[in-house]
Design a protein around this ligand. Structure first.
Ligand code: F6R
Length: 241
């Protein structure tokens, strides 16, 4: 496992550099996390693209997860996030952007089809991942089987509380279910770039990287992967130092 601990102001450029170093130049498949942590990394990629320093227009993008019940036009959906922060700024056609459909009539069928879709792309070259304050990876909450695949899950109270900030601070507005890539699915990515920033992630990060590999800390499954790079700021790394 490669680890780089950086000052906050170097987080985005360090993460972007680590990503681009590992991403194949021809038709890469990029797995993207949503949420707060990677936003500035996507902004950095967008800026490089705008300045003609980067061309990812031939990439395929796969999201980790989506809330059940949100329409893709809902600005709080992860579909909207991936399009507005990743695909559009990087000039990636919508046809090459895959996010599970949140408002499908049969979420379980959507999940199964998404697992298939990932396989059809030939697999993820680099997966950008974040970690929840409860140790979740994508929306694999504590207790998720380490061999899980893409499926419908119930979100924990902690996750709904943490994500209320994207729903105007109203926990009740945060959907109760999501479709998420499973831990085994994520583990099939050829390379994983784990991003962690802020003190709220310190305990979870230490448990994931130093504790036993156990379903109670889903991100601990990353210890079993052969190519993981961690970019952490000093606050997130504080329980490791
Ligand atoms: C998002 C995702 C989640 C987040 C995690 C951290 O697609 O899969 O696992 O990466 O909840 O979220 P932030 O970065 O908002 O703290």
């Amino acid at each position: 496992m490669n680890v780089t601990v950086v000052d906050d102001d170097m987080f985005a450029t360090t993460a972007a550099a680590a990503l681009l170093e590992r991403l194949p130049s021809a038709a890469p498949t990029l797995g993207v996390a949503t949420g707060g942590t990677p936003m500035r990394v996507y902004a950095e990629l967008a800026s490089r693209s705008r300045h003609g320093e980067l061309d990812l227009s031939g990439a395929t993008v796969l999201a980790l997860d989506e809330y059940v019940g949100l329409d893709e036009r809902d600005p709080r959906s992860y579909t909207a996030y991936v399009r507005s922060r990743v695909a559009d700024p990087l000039g990636i056609p919508v046809a090459n952007v895959h996010v599970p459909q949140g408002n499908g009539a049969d979420p379980a069928a959507v999940a199964q089809a998404f697992e298939q879709r990932i396989a059809e792309t030939g697999g993820v070259d680099v997966q950008i991942a974040g970690i929840g304050s409860n140790g979740h990876l994508a929306f694999n909450e504590p207790g998720s089987p380490l061999d899980s695949t893409t499926r419908v899950v119930d979100l924990s109270d902690q996750t709904r509380h943490d994500n209320a900030r994207f729903f105007g601070g109203r926990v009740d507005d945060v959907p109760r279910r999501a479709i998420t890539q499973g831990l085994a699915t994520i583990g099939r990515a050829r390379c994983i770039l784990l991003l962690a920033a802020g003190r709220a992630k310190a305990d979870a990060l230490a448990a994931a990287l130093r504790g036993p590999v156990d379903a109670s800390v889903p991100a601990s499954v990353l210890q079993q992967h052969s190519d993981v790079t961690v970019i952490a700021d000093r606050a997130a790394w504080s329980r490791m130092a």
